[in-house]
Design a protein around this ligand. Sequence first.
Ligand code: ATP
Ligand code: PAF
Ligand code: BAL
Length: 294
Amino acid sequence: MIVNYTIKQIRDTISTFRKRNPEGTVGFVPTMGYLHEGHASLLRKARQECDVVVLSIFVNPLQFGPTEDLDKYPRDRERDLALAEQAGTDFVFMPSVEEMYPRPMRTQVEVSGITDVLCGASRPGHFAGVATVVSKLFNIVNPHRAYFGEKDAQQVAVIEQMVADLNLPVAIVPCPILREGDGLAMSSRNVYLSPEERGEALSLSKALSRLRVWRVNEELTFGELRHKMKDEIQKSPLGNVDYIEILTYPGLLPIAQDFTVHDADFDYIVALAVKYGATRLIDNAIVRQPLGEV
Ligand SMILES: Nc1ncnc2c1ncn2[C@@H]1O[C@H](COP(=O)(O)OP(=O)(O)OP(=O)(O)O)[C@@H](O)[C@H]1O
Ligand SMILES: CC(C)(CO)[C@@H](O)C(=O)[O-]
Ligand code: BAL
C-alpha cells in the first residue's frame, strides 16, 4: 500500500498506474478517517469492482460549523492504515489542511434545494463544504467509481446531483449501512458516547426496525408514522431529537401528512438525527418501491 501526503504525489501514483494499466478502473473511497467496518465495507466493495482502490483520509474543516467538533474529531492514523491495508486499499491520500487549502477558498460548490432540509437545515454550510471538497478530491483522484455510505443518505443524494449537474465522469456507488451487532449504525462519532448514551442510542435503529411492522397497517398515514417514530425515540430520555423526517428519496421533497403509507408508489427515506449530550447521531431507512424493502 502506498501512502501519499501531497496532491502531486497521489496524482503521480495514479498516473503511473494508469500508464501501466490503460484499461484499469480506479475506485475511490473518500473518508474523514477513524476507520471502522462501515468504511471497510466501502473499501471491500471497491476492491471487488475496481482494479485499484484509492482511499482518502481528510477531516475537512469546510464542512464543520463553528461550534462543531472539528478539533476533537477522532483521529488514529496508524490504526486507519492497518485497517485500510486489510480491506485491500492500494493507495492512501492523507493531505494536511494546508495542502488542500493553501489559500482562502473563493470558490465553492453548492447544490441547492435538497441541501435545505435534514442535516443541511441543522448544519448550515455543511453540504457546500462536502460538495466542494468532494469536487476537489474527484479532480485530484479522477476515479471511475466513488463509493459512499447510505448512512449519510442526504450526502449521497447531494453528490449524485452534483455529478449529474456538472457532468463529472464518475459513477457514484451507494453502499448499505453497516451496523453493530445490536443495531447501532457504525460511526466514527460513536466513540464519544458514554455507556448510558450508547445504550439509549439504540432507540434510533430500534425505531427504524419497527418500520416493517408499522407499514403493514393499511390505514397508517405518513403523519402517524412520523409520530410513532417520535414516540419510540422519545422513550430514551437522554436523546434530544434534532429531526425525524420522512421525505421522498432522493428528491427529499415533503410528503403530505395524510397520505397513506401503504399507497406510496415512490421511494422515501425515514431520516433521524438525535443528540446524546454533544454527540449528534444520524440514521435512516430508505424504502424502495415496489417491494418497499427497508
Ligand atoms: N455505518 C456505515 N455503513 C456504511 N457506510 C458508512 C458507515 N459509516 C460511515 N460510512 C461512510 O463512510 C464514508 C466516510 O464517512 P465518515 O468518515 O464521515 O465516517 P462516519 O463514521 O460517518 O463518521 P461520522 O461520525 O463523522 O459520521 C461516507 O461515505 C459514509 O457514509
Ligand atoms: C465525503 C466526505 C469524506 C467529505 O469530506 C465526508 O463528508 C464523509 O466522510 O462522509
Ligand atoms: N459523514 C459525514 C461527515 C460529517 O459529519 O461531517
